[in-house]
Design a protein around this ligand. Structure first.
Ligand SMILES: [Zn+2]
Length: 511
């Protein structure tokens, strides 16, 4: 009997203790998307229980995937802390992105206003919008939590509970699971700040389609102010890209759930503008175009590139990225890998999977060659990567020369292995060795790759990635039966390649 009563007690009390402990550890946020004033959102939170005399509150200076200071703190104003009686507690703004909160242990609530970082994707402002936030009170919210939510340096790893008050017709599209409490309220949890920032959300009247690729559930969410039933068409396009990516990546996509959040702005201009940022389980793509007919092409470039980031840096990255410091991040040497190899896969996959013609592939190589010419190609890529924040003028070359370096590395690997190993296999091996949650030492990566492949690959990295030798594009393309005319920038296939060239071309691009 005694035991029974005790057991009864334990069962009753235990969940309550759990809840109490949970609440104590959390940041409890409230974000009000319903009552905006001057296009600003009211944000408030209670900090986790603590015994701190003071704490440094941080809104990120920049976020993973971007290499330029964006100072998200600049959009925050009217920062106030109060105790349980509503009495103000002293706070001081230290710089653009941080605040000192005194007597933190007695702080019950902190609140502030947040302005959005952009209103339209118009070309006159070149700054990337995909890590930022945009509010249109009655129609759409594009939210990256790094603009709305912060953390205390002293309490970095704590979980988050976010309550969102929103328009009753709005739906939250995100990789995180939003629970609807009532028509105007959603609740979402994140295990820590990193996960929250890694999960943007698109709030609007839903235009969503789910597709399944292998074992991967994919949400496609679309917003355009005029076209409200377009996600199905986009989803068909994405399905085709992902199926080919799946085959390219060896048969399985390395993720169970994924969300494409696509914001599309109509314009009167010709051409299109695409801006995307990759996340572990989602990607946010922002497009502006004169006509919907650009979308398939835009998806093939931007959405495909962002999804390929699932390989690197999301599954293959250094300690600098694993232990990301949102205020003073230390840069890794390996942007040639994170952006260069990702962009290479984006242009290599369509030819390897027979989605495009050989001429189209030659054209995409020519575009990269042309693009590379706008930059200083005598700089070491590892040094440029380390200093990417200071060398923003050269940063875009990781997508140009970086992709061509990927092509050269691929050709070299296939040559050394007699067609058995290319960069697709190398990335698979690296994903197996590192994968989600594990990271490599920035200084050891080249040696690790050499151990997995051939001693000659160390020389390749020393000469062309660490060193400043021009990339051996002409020599390498010739190995696969292509002529690269350095004067005109034209790439053409040999009319009569020899058997070695034919074999290498087949292994490289399946042609
Ligand atoms: Zn990228």
């Amino acid at each position: 009997m005694n035991t029974l009563i005790k057991l009864f007690f334990v069962m009753i009390i235990f969940p309550n203790i759990m809840i109490a402990q949970k609440t104590k550890k959390n940041y409890e946020y409230h974000i009000d998307l319903l009552h905006l004033s001057n296009d600003e959102v009211r944000v408030s939170f209670s900090p986790p229980k603590n015994n701190l005399k003071q704490g440094k509150f941080i809104i990120p200076k920049l976020v993973p995937g971007f290499y330029q200071a964006m100072n998200f703190g600049q959009y925050v104003s009217d920062f106030t802390a109060t105790d349980k009686n509503g009495k103000k507690i002293l706070t001081e703004r230290l710089d653009k992105n941080s605040w000192m909160v005194h007597d933190l242990k007695n702080v019950k609530k902190i609140s502030y206003q947040v302005a959005d970082g952009w209103d339209s994707l118009e070309k006159n402002n070149q700054e990337a919008k995909s890590p930022g936030t945009m509010f249109k009170k009655d129609s759409v919210f594009v939210i990256n939590y790094n603009s709305l939510v912060g953390y205390f340096e002293e309490m970095k790893g704590n979980p988050y509970q976010i309550k969102v008050t929103k328009n009753k017709g709005f739906y939250a599209s995100s990789a995180l699971n939003y629970q609807q409490k009532n028509k105007n309220t959603d609740i979402v949890w994140a295990k820590d700040y990193r996960q929250l920032v890694d999960s943007p959300v698109l709030y609007c009247v839903p235009d969503t389609t789910w597709i399944k690729i292998g074992h991967t559930e994919v949400l496609v969410s679309f917003y355009n102010n005029k076209e409200r039933h377009y996600s199905k068409i986009i989803a068909r396009e994405i399905e085709n890209i992902l199926k080919n990516q799946q085959a390219y990546l060896g048969g399985t996509l390395p993720v169970n759930k994924y969300a494409f959040l696509i914001y599309y702005e109509s314009s009167n201009e010709n051409g299109y503008l695409g801006d995307g940022l990759e996340h572990s389980h989602s990607t946010l793509c922002l497009y502006r175009a004169g006509s919907m007919k650009f979308l398939p092409h835009a998806l093939n470039r931007v959405a495909s590139h962002e999804f390929f980031h699932i390989v690197t840096p999301l599954n293959i990255h250094s300690g600098e990225i694993q232990h990301y410091d949102f205020l003073n991040p230390v840069m890794s040497k390996h942007l040639w890998l994170y952006e260069g190899m990702t962009e290479y896969a984006t242009i290599h996959m369509p030819i390897k999977q027979k989605m495009i013609s050989l001429e189209d592939f030659e054209k995409s190589l020519e575009e990269k060659i042309q693009g590379m010419k706008e930059f200083d190609n005598k700089l070491s890529f590892t040094e440029m990567s380390k200093n990417s924040m200071e060398r923003q003028d050269q940063y875009m070359n990781f997508y140009q020369k970086g992709a061509l370096l990927g092509a050269c590395l691929d050709i070299r690997l296939r040559e050394l292995s007699h067609g058995k190993m290319g960069t697709q296999d190398l990335m698979q091996m690296l994903m197996k060795k590192y994968g989600e949650g594990k990271y490599f030492n920035d200084d050891h990566l080249f040696d690790e790759i050499t151990k997995m492949t051939y001693p000659e690959i160390r020389t390749f990295f020393r000469d062309f990635v660490e060193g400043t030798q021009p990339i051996p594009l002409k020599e390498y393309l010739e190995k696969a039966g292509f002529n690269y005319d350095e004067a005109t920038g034209k790439v053409t296939s040999f009319p009569n390649p020899d058997s070695k060239q034919i074999a290498l071309r087949k292994a490289w691009i399946n042609q």
